[in-house]
Design a protein around this ligand. Structure first.
Ligand code: TYD
Length: 204
């Protein structure tokens, strides 16, 4: 029987440094013989990418935003995450449900009970095997946001929004320390990679 692949997610507020390290994580796992499928949320499927366009650029009611995030996620699980894991492949997703808790509940204030209900509805039996939470103080994240490109709807939010997102991420991590590894990403790229290697090694 094929051994089920693992599911790893990357999280953190905008500018925390997730995108700098995705390639390293993929290469590290591939070097250990894993077939890695990289994906992202919102998105990851043709329908999900259409929803991403709307989510990142259209103004909408907070609950519409939360529901569309989970609609895209439902599709992502059905079309990509579950079948790839069943094949024995490792799925690496740039964001997943922790981002909904951080942004829609923490940032925007949607009642956490509603978020928990959506999580229970959409993926009752599925949690990432490992979540890498890239964490930096807000000032650092703001500096890292590339000011030369057009910022999306979320990236244009104010500092206090991101502070609430970060706090919610850290709350989730404290609640589930076996799944979520907090990666201090204020350190050098090399130091962060060494920490990532250490965390990933435990999963192999
Ligand atoms: P991001 O992952 O930062 O992509 P990029 O690096 O291309 O900007 O952008 C996705 C945005 O979507 C990010 O600002 C967080 C937001 N988001 C939510 O608000 N809720 C969610 O559930 C997810 C998955 C993302």
């Amino acid at each position: 029987m094929t051994v089920r692949g693992k599911f790893i997610t990357l999280e953190g507020i905008d500018g925390a440094g997730k995108s700098t390290h995705i390639g390293f994580v993929t290469d590290f796992l591939a070097a250990r013989g894993k077939t890695v499928v990289s994906s992202r949320e919102p998105g990851g499927t043709p329908l999900g990418e259409k929803l991403r366009e709307l989510l990142l650029h259209e103004k909408m009611h907070l609950e519409t935003e939360a529901l569309l995030m989970f609609a895209a996620r439902r599709e992502h699980i059905a079309q990509l995450i579950a079948p790839q894991m069943a094949l024995g492949n490792w799925v690496l997703s740039d964001r997943f449900t922790d981002a909904s808790f951080a942004y829609q509940s923490g940032g925007r204030g949607l009642a956490r009970a509603k978020m928990e209900a959506l999580e229970q509805w959409v993926h009752p039996g599925l949690q990432p095997d490992l979540t890498l939470l890239f964490d930096v103080p807000l000032e650092v994240a703001r500096e890292r946001l590339d000011a030369t490109r057009t910022l999306d709807k979320f990236e244009r939010e104010q500092a206090d929004f991101f502070e609430r997102c970060r706090n919610e991420y850290l709350r989730r991590a404290a609640e589930d320390p076996d799944r979520m590894a907090v990666i201090d990403s204020t350190r050098s790229i090399e130091a962060t990679r060494a920490r990532l290697a250490e965390v990933l090694e435990k999963l192999l």
